[in-house]
Design a protein around this ligand. Structure first.
Ligand SMILES: Nc1ncnc2c1ncn2[C@@H]1O[C@H](COP(=O)(O)OP(=O)(O)OP(=O)(O)O)[C@@H](O)[C@H]1O
Length: 236
């Protein structure tokens, strides 16, 4: 259990780049433990670029960033896997191994992150599959699962190493509205158990229904609903 009161992530005076082009300037925000935060903005406004910077897929060249205790501006390549172990990353395209069962998809990640004890691996896989409601699908292949079920496997995979925060990029983007609602509920359950969530979304329904804090990429800046009047209008 982590009892520190430090935010799980914090950016100060950061510029988010794609190649040589700045996408967002003067990015200042923190996400506290247990917070649920939406990340919105029109297509191309910089949501994915910001998330990629947070998990060190894009370098932080200007400003300061601290994520789960790692300093992004000086992180070494060898440290990046350790950073990603402490954050769960969820994309809308599932990126599962389609030639491996659900259980094998999950055990692959555990082994790659240093787990060796077979009994413990089995136990952890059961725990996360119970958490996402898929324990009966342990031995199924991904193609035998619906889109919503595959996204649950991806969420289970992200939970394996008990991350402090989940970074989710449009996790409900490719799903039917009913299924998207169920997946969203799962994120809320995970959040209630103590994991912070930063979720990029274009889903207006969710924003209307759930008054969580909103970060909005707009005109090269990141607006924060805690500090600014952020319009949720229909143009994102
Ligand atoms: N791999 C890349 N190389 C160069 N430029 C890129 C790359 N990916 C994105 N960009 C550019 O960076 C800017 C921000 O894109 P980004 O993907 O972060 O936006 P987004 O808000 O996530 O959009 P969407 O809602 O469509 O996912 C855009 O101008 C985009 O064209």
């Amino acid at each position: 259990m982590d009892f520190s009161t430090q935010p799980v992530l914090q950016m100060t005076g950061a510029t988010i780049f794609q190649g040589e082009s700045p996408v967002l300037n003067e990015v200042n925000f923190a996400v506290e433990k247990h917070e649920f935060v939406f990340l919105i903005g029109r297509t191309g406004s910089g949501k994915s670029s910001l998330l990629k910077t947070l998990y060190a897929d894009l370098p932080l060249r200007t400003g300061l960033g601290e994520v789960v205790g790692f300093h992004l501006q000086k992180i070494k390549n060898a440290e990046i896997p350790y950073l990603r172990r402490k954050i769960g990353i969820i994309f809308q395209d599932f990126q599962l191994f389609y030639d491996r069962s659900v259980s094998e998809n999950l055990s692959f990640v555990l082994r790659a992150t240093g787990w060796t004890d077979i009994a413990k691996i089995k136990e952890r896989i059961s725990e996360v599959l119970i958490q996402v409601g898929l324990i009966d699908s342990l031995l199924k292949m991904p193609h035998q699962l619906s889109g919503g079920e595959q996204q649950r496997v991806v969420i289970a995979r992200a939970l394996l190493n008990e991350p402090s925060i989940l970074l989710a990029d449009e996790p409900t983007g490719n799903l039917d509205p009913d299924v998207a609602d169920e997946i969203f509920k799962l994120f809320q359950d995970i959040n209630k158990k103590g994991t912070a969530i930063l979720m990029a979304t274009h889903n207006h329904e969710l924003l209307r229904k759930f008054p969580y804090r909103v970060l909005k990429c707009e005109k090269g800046k990141l607006l924060d609903s805690q500090l600014h009047d952020v319009s949720l209008g229909s143009s994102f």
